[in-house]
Design a binder for this molecule. Structure first.
Ligand code: F6R
Length: 368
């Protein structure tokens, strides 16, 4: 049942090309227009949306952070992303034209469920992005986009996360299509790019020897930092969460621009710092990231850089280079998170931990 893998998690990481492809399947008609048929919200309802609030927990929350960059860029609708456990207790401003998007792999997370109940009482529409047919959160929502990861058994979310990202991109593009924003013309092109992603993930999986080697080198490590910018920032947060959950190593993700506002004080000789470098073409972002990498390295950090293939500017500042296929910055999380999942999985395995059942954790958190 694990397809020759020792862990469900390892199997699920390797299923990601298929899971992403399935989540993209059948969304485009012959004219190239995007359809989200199961969604149950009318185009008029969506045209009326003037604010999106995304609520979720854990890894699903990080998918929501990526979604904010995509939705705001493609649709110009303001997006807030909030931890479900915090949302209800701050008296959020919700109206009938607020679209609340609840992201949950299991569909049973108590914090997220309570948050959508609160939103519906305030007359907001709730759209669930969920991997589990018939679970409570989609049943209590006005609309749903199902992800097609298939059952996720490993406690740490992997293919669940990637398919949530796909659903978020599709939602963002669909909103752009119905609203007729200036990105309308680019939708077909972005969908073409998304269609190439399953092969690109496969490429990352096939070329992961450097990541396995890295994992074997870090079994004695006490602390790891992750840096990213833009859509790479949630990737850094997710990389850190995976390492905490599976290897029980202290790990933190930062927006690289925040370094000088405090975290740089943590840098000491030999501290591993994983850096998600924005792709070429986004040079302002990328140059800032490169200077952040230089700064931590000058203070003794061991820099492990995830860099687009063909980008040679980072070479002199990277102790380890991990190559990523070429994708636009907004889609980069789909390929950049994969080496970080593998790193955590293989490091935890090398340390002798049970990757599928990390201590103190449950697959679905049904208490608040
Ligand atoms: C991390 C992880 C958790 C879940 C979180 C939300 O690997 O699995 O952080 O992402 O508990 O769960 P769902 O998406 O089921 O609501």
């Amino acid at each position: 049942e694990k397809d020759g893998h020792d862990w469900f998690m390892r199997k699920e990481i390797h299923e990601q090309p298929r899971a992403v492809a399935d989540s993209l399947l059948g969304r485009r008609d012959a004219a190239g227009l995007l359809h989200l048929d199961e969604m149950r919200l009318s185009d008029q309802d969506l045209r009326d949306v003037d604010k999106v609030i995304i609520i979720a927990c854990g890894t699903s929350f990080y998918a929501g952070l990526v979604a904010k960059y995509a939705i705001e860029h493609w649709t110009r609708i303001p997006v807030e992303v909030e931890l479900a456990s915090e949302f209800r207790y701050r008296d959020p401003i919700l109206t009938a034209s607020t679209l609340v998007v609840a992201i949950s792999q299991s569909g049973e997370t108590a914090d997220t469920l309570q948050a959508i109940r609160h939103a519906r009482l305030q007359r907001s529409r709730v759209l669930a992005i969920c991997n589990t047919n018939g679970s409570t959160i989609p049943r209590e929502s006005d609309a749903v986009i199902y992800t097609h990861a298939g059952p996720e058994i490993g406690v740490a979310s992997t293919k669940g996360f990637l398919t949530q990202l796909v659903a978020c991109y599709l939602l963002a593009l669909y909103l752009a299509q119905v609203k007729g924003t200036r990105y309308g013309d680019e939708i077909a092109e972005i969908l073409d790019q998304l269609d190439r992603v399953p092969d690109q993930i496969q490429q990352v999986l096939d070329g992961a020897e450097a990541v396995y080697e890295l994992a074997r080198q870090h079994t004695e490590t006490r602390s790891v930092l992750f840096l990213g910018r833009h859509a790479g920032y949630p990737v850094a947060l997710e990389g850190a969460l995976k390492l905490k959950e599976l290897a029980y190593i202290h790990a933190e993700g930062f927006a690289a621009g925040e370094l000088k506002h405090g975290p740089i004080a943590l840098i000491e000789d030999g501290l591993p710092v994983l850096c998600v470098v924005p792709p070429q073409g986004r040079d302002q972002l990328r140059d800032k990231m490169i200077s952040g990498i230089q700064e931590v390295r000058a203070r003794g950090a061991r820099t492990i850089c995830l860099v687009e293939e063909g980008d040679d500017a980072i070479g002199p500042y990277a102790d380890v280079l991990i190559r990523l296929p070429k994708v636009p910055v907004l889609l980069q999380p789909l390929v950049a998170v994969v080496p970080l999942q593998l790193f955590a999985c293989e490091l935890a395995t090398a340390m002798g931990h049970d990757v599928d059942q990390p201590r103190n954790l449950a697959k679905s958190v049904t208490v608040e």
